[in-house]
Design a binder for this molecule. Structure first.
Ligand code: ATP
Ligand code: MG
Length: 275
């Protein structure tokens, strides 16, 4: 299907199409498609734009990634399908290592995702030979690399599961999540939750990393000024404002016919008066 550029939801539909293609290629699992749907619902509510609190979180996250001794970006099937090139560019800008980390892990899927990242320009992608386990997580979901997520001090975990995000926080890491759902356990547990669409968030993180790299004093200020609860709270206020705005629109639309009726009545009355 070719989506016309003029479509009001063009970007979102392109992302959906990309994911379906990746699912057919075995890069994304069915659960990944369902997760995309949940994300889209939230994005609808946000007006499919990055909201101001997300920009603040992205700037703080970029400052933390730059200050890290061992920054790592975790990539799953959805992330590879939607933003492989952008992730590789971000990893280069910081610099950070990339590790493929799957919730539904199979060797063949890890290989496919590593290949996608390499085609996008990545080198030394971790994930194929894990040599550590994240404490408190069962089964293959715990597998990790000492040089990757396991040993990192700052981790960027886009579209991460709540359990694993929580386990990484328990390990003492600065956990930066990207998740459109501000109520998900991931957003609730992360050190810096970014409530934004993945592709937009990664592009913003790259832009802010480049900007703050050139201004280390500002990077320190941004890190100190960030307040997690204030930022999440501002996101909730945005949702509140948006719903109120939508409701006002409904009320206005309902009022319009009544106003018309009134006008017609006045007209009739005026006519009567003229008689
Ligand atoms: P949790 O386990 O954190 O309580 P969950 O089970 O709903 O929440 P997961 O499946 O673990 O969520 O993670 C996927 C999350 O990613 C969902 O919250 C979904 O809203 C979000 N999401 C999906 N696609 C995107 C996207 N393109 N950009 C940003 N967020 C997305
Ligand atoms: Mg979950």
């Amino acid at each position: 299907m070719t989506i016309p550029r003029s479509h009001p939801r063009y970007e979102s539909l392109v992302r959906r199409e990309r994911l379906v293609r990746a699912w057919k290629q075995g890069v994304v699992v069915l659960e990944g498609l369902v997760a995309q749907g949940r994300g889209e619902a939230w994005d609808y509510l946000f007006g499919e734009e990055t909201i101001a609190p997300a920009l603040v979180a992205e700037r703080a996250a970029a400052a933390h990634l730059l200050a890290a001794s061992r920054a790592v970006i975790s990539v799953n099937g959805n992330v590879a399908a939607l933003a492989a090139r952008e992730v590789v560019q971000l990893a280069r800008a910081i610099p950070a290592r990339i590790e493929v980390n799957l919730f539904h892990r199979t060797e063949s899927r890890v290989k496919k995702i590593v290949r996608i990242l390499e085609r996008a320009g990545a080198r030394n992608v971790l994930g194929l030979r894990p040599n550590a386990r994240i404490p408190g997580i069962e089964s293959k979901r715990a597998l990790s690399h000492r040089d990757g997520v396991f040993g990192a001090d700052v981790v960027l975990v886009p579209l991460e599961d709540g359990d694993r995000a929580e386990a990484l926080v328990r390990m003492g890491k600065v956990v930066i999540s990207v998740d459109l759902n501000p109520l998900s356990r991931t957003s609730q547990r992360a050190t810096i939750p970014i409530v934004d669409e993945l592709t937009r968030a990664i592009l913003n993180l790259k832009k802010f990393s480049e900007e703050l790299k050139a201004n280390p004093e500002e990077a320190v200020r941004v890190r100190r000024a960030y307040r997690r609860s204030g930022n999440l709270g501002a996101g909730y206020s945005f949702v509140e404002w948006r719903l109120r705005h939508l409701r006002r629109g409904l009320v206005r639309r309902e009022k319009r016919p009544a106003a018309k009726k009134r006008k017609r009545a006045t007209h009739r009355a005026a006519g009567r008066h003229r008689q």
